[in-house]
Design a protein around this ligand. Structure first.
Ligand SMILES: Nc1ncnc2c1ncn2[C@@H]1O[C@H](COP(=O)(O)OP(=O)(O)O)[C@@H](O)[C@H]1O
Ligand SMILES: [Mg+2]
Length: 137
């Protein structure tokens, strides 16, 4: 784990996306980032910004039904909200994505705790509705 945490206060979805675009510069291929926060916190907004920062021009939408959306082998965006157990996730082959050399972004990683890479980074977002978000990273 890195020895410090930083905080960014975002006042809008646009500011969150712009922050995430910049944060993407700190990522290397193979990195996993856990996007932590409740429903509507802004996890998918962060994913959109990271994709933009990586030069990915496809629209990034929540992969709720597919579990994982893949962007050219460079970015894998997980939404584990509907994952019922680690055994199910394992059976679906979700762990395989962590070894494919792309950046992995994981929403609702709580549901696949035992399958996550030990060195995963974290972005924790607090807040909801319209307004300020506290982003700890
Ligand atoms: N500061 C902010 N940062 C991110 N999203 C915000 C912010 N303020 C309001 N929002 C709104 O909150 C919602 C976040 O949605 P989303 O990123 O899909 O959440 P999650 O993936 O965490 O469930 C969007 O409708 C967005 O417009
Ligand atoms: Mg989401």
């Amino acid at each position: 784990m890195k020895p410090y945490m930083a905080v960014f206060y975002s006042r809008s979805a646009e500011e969150t996306i712009a922050w995430a675009k910049d944060y993407a510069k700190t990522l290397k291929p193979g990195d996993t980032v856990l996007l932590i926060g409740g429903m509507g916190a802004g996890k998918t907004m962060v994913a959109k910004g990271i994709a933009a920062g990586m030069g990915i021009t496809d629209e990034v939408t929540s992969p709720t039904y597919a579990y994982v959306n893949e962007y050219g082998g460079r970015l894998f965006h997980f939404d584990c909200y509907r994952v019922e157990s680690e055994a199910q996730a394992y059976g679906l082959g979700l762990c395989d994505y962590f070894d494919r050399g792309g950046v992995c972004l994981v929403e609702w990683s709580e549901n696949i705790k035992g399958l996550l890479p030990a060195d995963a980074k974290k972005i924790a977002i607090s807040g909801e509705g319209e307004g300020v978000r506290e982003i700890v990273f």
